[in-house]
Ligand binder design. Sequence first.
Ligand code: MD6
Ligand code: FE
Length: 214
Amino acid sequence: MIQSDLDLFGPQPQRLAAHTVLLPGFALAEMEPLLDALRPVLRAAPFRHMQTPGGQHMAVALTNCGALGWVSDAKGYRYTPTDPQSGEPWPDLPQVLLGLARRAAEVAGFEGFVPDACLVNHYLPGTRLSLHQDKNERDFSQPIVSISLGLPAVFLLGGLLRSDRTQRVPLSHGDVMVWGGEDRLRFHGVMPVKPGVHPRMGERRINLTLRKAG
Ligand code: MD6
Ligand code: FE
């Protein structure tokens, strides 16, 4: 059997909605530099479980890098220039992430994307993320670039109403998703991560979302 020419170039981008594109394996070529860059970020700003305004604590553990970081506490959700845990500025956004995000956005049709915030989410097996909209950023004309690492997960891509039906999108290690435009305010979430051990990342899923927040 001769492989078709297309297979030689790896999986192709998949359009999930008008302005939502999945780039399977897009981060794989730079995985080791990416993980090397992430290590000092996590040392300086370790994962933590933040409180929701309702007083619960989030199942997902999170941290940030970049000029701004997303935080949640009794006062609500917002971006801050410093890590409330250390009082220090969030760690710098690594160049390898800036480059990846810019190129992924470009492939998806968003030119000149320069993120100033990267939210890093950590899921253990069983952890889910309930349906939400990302609307704490200033400029909804800018897309969000999402990089998945480690254990696979099913991403739920909903509509502009919480009650809209959701599309189930399987996400694997190295997959990158870009969404913006009219999809920017879609509800979305993550199904509970199934137990497993990823050969490179162990018993966890990590998701990086790069945003232009300020
Ligand atoms: C996650 N992602 O994949 C959670 N938000 O773990 C998000 O909440 C998200 O992937 C906005 C844009 C892209 C995302
Ligand atoms: Fe989100």
